[in-house]
Design a binder for this molecule. Sequence first.
Ligand code: ZN
Length: 217
Amino acid sequence: MVTFLPVPIPSKIVCVGRNYADHAKELGNVLPTEPLLFLKPPSALIPHAAPIHLPAVSQHVEHEAELGVVLGKTLHQASEAEARAAILGITCVNDVTARDLQKRDGQWTRAKGFDTFCPVGPHMLLVDVTCDLDAFEILGRVNGALRQHGVVREMHFSIPRLLSYISSIMTLYPHDLVATGTPAGVGPLHAGDQVEVEIPGVGTLSNPVIHPPETSR
Ligand code: ZN
């Protein structure tokens, strides 16, 4: 039986950089010897169909289509088997990134952390331990044109390895979200674009891209 639920609000969003060889290469990076982690703030979350706001301080915002893992149990210094058994569901994540600010800052908090920079959804597919995570595909499209296509089995670090590693640093709580990295094909977003992240069997997350509405100061 296939069960879909709304994506719960996480206490934190843990993201993984350079987890696909072809994506690391396209940005001129080598593959890390340990998972490369960063955080996105929960304030960046938006649901399916909500607009992504292009910040005025960036001239280069990109999409990153990713598979998101939602935790169902607390994980602290967990083995890979314990980590695998703690997965509640999977969903689509767009790790929207201001690429120019990422390069300029060194630290990625600003580039990855703007409001609206974490579209998630449209819902969560519940998975149990019999589900073959390695078979899931991740597709990224802009205005209907395919830009990204990856398969979980191509990941440099597997999902259980990532969760086990993260849990050796910070305790993961139920509903925490882990974005597992993006395959090759990242590219710029412009106002008026419609960007999609699809995981066949899970769903399609689609969001328009806009300049933020004028705010009175
Ligand atoms: Zn990413």
